[in-house]
Design a protein. Structure first.
Length: 138
């Protein structure tokens, strides 16, 4: 597993590479990176077909990993729920033999988690995989 941090727009990776972002179980996706993700990848109809989701969870649809880290959009996720959603993502990554993903500094924008902690959680979970993670910030 490698993490490569890059000063790039996340959507430069959208052609063929799965992207990762965090959402709430109410699927509001009304702020932050979730807004363009929902629009660009038409996520809302796919998620709404699933009905209200449980959390923590990970939904893989339209080449996007949606980490469900909290119940409501107005909530802040705990590190515990954030980590549990990543464990579920790992199962999907292994099942589909995914080798690369791109993400922003997930959980660190509006959700206010600390990147140094988040990065350690990601490293711990994916350490035994050959997944390459591009972390984009611009």
């Amino acid at each position: 597993m490698t993490i490569q941090e890059e000063n790039k727009d996340l959507f430069e990776y959208a052609d063929g590479m799965p992207l990762v972002h965090c959402i709430s179980a109410d699927y509001v996706m009304g702020a932050g990176i979730a807004v363009p993700m929902a629009e660009k990848f038409n996520l809302r109809p796919v998620l709404e077909k699933l009905g209200k989701n449980k959390y923590p969870d990970c939904i893989y649809a339209n080449n996007v990993f949606s980490l469900v880290t909290k119940k409501y959009a107005s909530d802040k996720p705990s590190y515990e729920n954030f980590e549990k959603s990543l464990w579920k993502m790992k199962k999907i990554v292994k099942f589909f033999n995914i080798k690369q993903v791109a993400m922003p500094r997930i959980g660190c924008g509006l959700d206010q988690l600390e990147w140094r902690v988040v990065k350690k959680i990601i490293e711990k979970i994916f350490i035994d995989t050959d997944l390459k993670i591009f972390v984009c910030y611009l």
